[in-house]
Design a protein around this ligand. Structure first.
Ligand code: 4AD
Ligand code: MG
Length: 431
């Protein structure tokens, strides 16, 4: 007999199959009871009929508590009324383990309790749906990059230097070499990679010792950095837009079940799949001040500014050409106004905030050196990075996508902590 996954039952209508999983729930009404089974790929309703199984199988009704692990045998049949459109008429049940006193019931729990039990909470329907969307977003990103000639280039996580400023570095003792820092972004290394491979990306965990207590900040999160030789600022934004729209299309095509569980308004996602807007930082500040924000002309957008900026926009907005003081040392100056840099942040609609940071990079040796000196950076740690501007320097650009920020937007959840299996925040290192 075939072991079949819930996702595939439509191919087994009228057939006897074996299914393996956990008891998600059960319901009983006299001579019949229902075993709701989840197997990782989905949830199916099993029916146990008094007159079709042995007494010992029927009596499992009382033994099988929520999250008990089982193998069942039965007959698949289509039933429009059943959730998912199919059910299994159970003939036999083998119990692997009875789960006693599973702490998470199907009713509401407080978030701290759920976070303490994150290792179990992951099994609930909503978390299942979020994790599958995370997988789908991850997969769509790598698919897009692969289709567009970006080569995976794994950057190191233990580094001697800072990519995004020194205020959010985690340091670890490193043998006789002093301290190493956990990477904030692989970008600087990718800039070496493009001189060999043309277009590269990395995708892995990065670390920021962020003291922020917002619903958008993790201390360990996943970033996809992409970098491309001979690509300038405008084209850099085009690539980002294409990538994000590709992801939206893939999710709408393939993840309807998950988006429905999450009650995500799919129409809003569909509307975001249209040409993105571009605003200069100055225009964005003008716009925000008109709306009552106190943001300064040399300031970053606050969370509330990001909400205000996009509240009437269906599509994400690129905020480009930032004052040089507000951005990292590596960004290239705007030829038209050297006080500005050719960087852009991509701000998601519906208040989800910044999902991508990117820029054209300074490719001129002297200008970069000057900027690093002004910022009092330890030049000896960055000689290799300066070398890239000495031996065949080319215009180049790149960007970094925060995976969990993107998944927060796609799933519509209210807090980033649910978009990664085991979130790390300023308050939480466990489980
Ligand atoms: O804007 P950021 O800091 O850009 C960089 O690190 C560049 N070096 C990337 C590059 O050009 N290759 O970070 C990129 C993205 C942000 O837009 C945001 O989505 C996410 O990373 N991010 C965070 N996500 C969760 N928690 C945090 N503390 C985050 N900080 C940044
Ligand atoms: Mg940023």
């Amino acid at each position: 007999m075939n072991w079949v996954f819930v996702k595939d039952v439509k191919d087994y209508d009228g057939k006897e199959v074996v299914m393996k999983g956990w008891v998600y729930n059960k319901r009983s009404s006299g001579k019949i009871w229902f075993l709701i089974l989840r197997d990782g790929t989905g949830i199916i309703q099993g029916i146990v009929l008094n007159n079709e199984v042995s007494k010992s199988v029927f009596d499992k009704r009382d033994e099988l508590l929520q999250e008990s692990s089982v193998t069942i045998k039965g007959l698949i049949h289509e039933d429009k009324r059943a959730p998912g459109g199919y059910e299994i008429v159970i003939r036999d049940i083998t119990v692997h383990q009875i789960a006693n006193d599973y702490p998470i019931s199907l009713k509401e729990h407080g978030v701290e309790f759920l976070m303490d039990n994150r290792h179990l909470w992951l099994r609930s329907k909503k978390q299942w749906a979020i994790l599958r969307i995370r997988h789908a977003v991850y997969y769509a990103i790598t698919e897009y990059l692969n289709n567009n000639d970006f080569i995976r280039f794994d950057s190191p996580l233990l580094t001697p230097n800072a990519c995004e400023g020194t205020t959010t570095l985690f340091s670890v003792p490193y043998f006789n070499l002093g301290n190493a820092y956990l990477s904030q972004s692989g970008q600087l290394y990718l800039e070496a990679g493009i001189m060999s491979l043309g277009r590269v990306y990395d995708f892995g965990p990065v670390f920021r010792a962020e003291k922020s207590k917002t619903r958008k900040h993790l201390t360990e999160f996943w970033m996809m950095d992409a970098e491309a030789a001979f690509v300038e600022h405008e084209e850099n934004m085009q690539i980002q837009e294409e990538l994000i729209r590709y992801i939206i299309t893939k999710l709408i095509d393939n993840n309807k079940i998950e988006l429905d569980i999450l009650e995500r308004d799919i129409e809003k996602l569909k509307k975001a799949d249209a040409p993105f807007k571009i605003m200069t930082h100055k225009d964005a500040v003008d716009f925000l001040r008109d709306k009552g924000s106190e943001i300064s002309y040399v300031g970053d957008l606050g969370a509330q500014d990001e909400v205000l900026l996009t509240e009437d926009s269906d599509v994400p907005i690129f905020v480009e050409k930032w004052p040089k003081e507000t951005k990292s040392f590596y960004m290239k100056r705007d030829k038209e106004n050297p006080d500005l840099v050719l960087g852009a942040d991509l701000i998601a609609p519906e208040g989800y905030g910044e999902i991508i940071g990117g820029s054209q990079r300074e490719d001129d040796y002297d200008l970069l050196l000057q900027r690093m000196k002004n910022d009092n950076m330890p030049l000896e740690d960055y000689q290799w990075f300066l070398d890239l501007r000495k031996y065949g320097s080319v215009p180049h650009s790149g960007f970094g996508v925060g995976l969990e920020r993107l998944v927060t937007w796609m799933t519509g959840v209210s807090h980033i902590r649910e978009t990664i299996p085991f979130p790390r925040t300023i308050y939480r290192l466990e489980p």
